[in-house]
Write a protein that binds this ligand. Structure first.
Ligand code: ADP
Ligand code: F6P
Length: 320
């Protein structure tokens, strides 16, 4: 029976990470384990910035964005020396298992640590939903709702001015936030890395719909596809429709998590502790068809996630 576990958050933060921390901490305590909070991801594991948690350590956090454990990117952990230091910290404290809340990069680190005998279980925490072994990542729902609210506000002013609003949303290399926000906001076009796009065709579509009475436009651009300012400028030149670009940025990473993020984070966190309780490590927890599942970390990292082609197609078909 595992007696001591640690929890850390790593990589970009996401709303719902706190709910996951609470679930892991309370589930482990209820099963009689000691729980340690590790600050700033692998940085804290290397330096020993670790504290013992009790039930009250995770009070009043379920509704808060960010992560009470702080997060960081830790280049040192990618070196042999860094991993060995982290392992030594675990051995000194008697930590037998660690729950790592983060994205693919963090899971690679968790696999490295698992290979050295520390049982690690990963929970998918990222707004991007770009983790293949799970339909859903902690933070995704809140981020999409934030993006939708922001675009709704932009739409008010675009409507008043007969303008086109080009809005860049986050997603690193994935268009999931973009396509869903596009659908939810009735965008005339969604531009993502997964689908080729053509600014001439977009301008033509805008002019055609304008002829049919459309007076204002929303275009959602996924981060990394192109420059939203440039796209707005080119479209304005081609259509003579006044256009403005807005980059939503890190506002999408903050805020109180939605019910869905809190519930999924709690279920996943609970499952992670159940795995550790059985002495099972080197796993990533996910959700498939509303069921909580888990995979070997290497297997999870080798999976490919399909893009939402059908949703993208529907967004385009409805935009006229
Ligand atoms: P995310 O977990 O959100 O994908 P990163 O890619 O920034 O975020 O990874 C978070 C941390 O995980 C890194 O700072 C590093 O400490 C660790 N990490 C990332 N990639 C690897 C890797 N290939 N091997 C070991 N550790 C890694
Ligand atoms: O992975 C989450 C995310 O917000 C991505 O959407 C974005 O590309 C990246 O993190 C931004 O990272 P940083 O916080 O380092 O600017």
């Amino acid at each position: 029976m595992i007696k001591k576990i640690g929890i850390l958050t790593s990589g970009g933060d996401a709303p719902g990470m706190n709910a996951a921390i609470r679930a892991v901490a309370r589930a482990a305590m209820s099963k009689g384990m000691e729980v340690y909070g590790i600050r700033r991801g692998y940085v804290g594991l290397i330096s020993g910035d670790i504290f013992k948690m009790d039930a009250r350590s995770v009070s009043d956090i379920i509704h808060r964005g960010g992560t009470m454990l702080f997060t960081a990117r830790c280049p040192e952990f990618r070196t042999e020396e860094g991993i060995n230091k982290a392992k030594a910290t675990c051995e000194e404290l008697g930590l037998e298992g660690i729950v790592v809340i983060g994205g693919d990069g963090s899971f690679r680190g968790a696999a490295d640590l698992s290979a050295r005998g520390i049982l690690c279980v990963g929970l998918p925490g990222t707004i991007d939903n770009d983790i293949a072994c799970t339909d859903y990542t902690i933070g995704y729902d809140t981020a999409m709702n934030t993006a939708m609210e922001m675009v709704d506000k932009l739409r008010d002013t675009s409507q008043s001015h007969d303008r086109c609003s080009v809005v860049e949303v986050m997603g690193r290399n994935a268009g999931y936030i973009a396509v869903n926000t596009g659908i939810a906001c009735g965008a005339v076009e969604v531009i993502t890395k997964e689908k080729p796009y053509d600014l001439d065709a977009i301008a033509k579509k805008m002019l055609e719909t304008k002829e049919h009475g459309k007076e204002n436009f929303v275009i959602i651009v996924s981060e990394g596809v192109g420059n939203a300012n440039q796209i707005a400028q080119v479209l304005q030149e081609k259509t003579h429709i006044e256009s403005r670009a807005t980059i939503l940025g890190h506002v999408q990473r903050g805020g109180s998590p939605t019910l869905r993020d809190r519930v999924v984070a709690t279920k996943m966190g609970y499952h992670a502790v159940e795995l550790l309780e059985q002495g099972i490590g080197n796993r990533v927890v996910g959700m498939q068809k509303d069921e909580i599942v888990d995979f070997d970390i290497q297997e999870a990292l080798s999976m490919k996630k399909p893009y939402e082609d059908e949703l993208h197609r529907i967004a385009e078909e409805l935009a006229f």
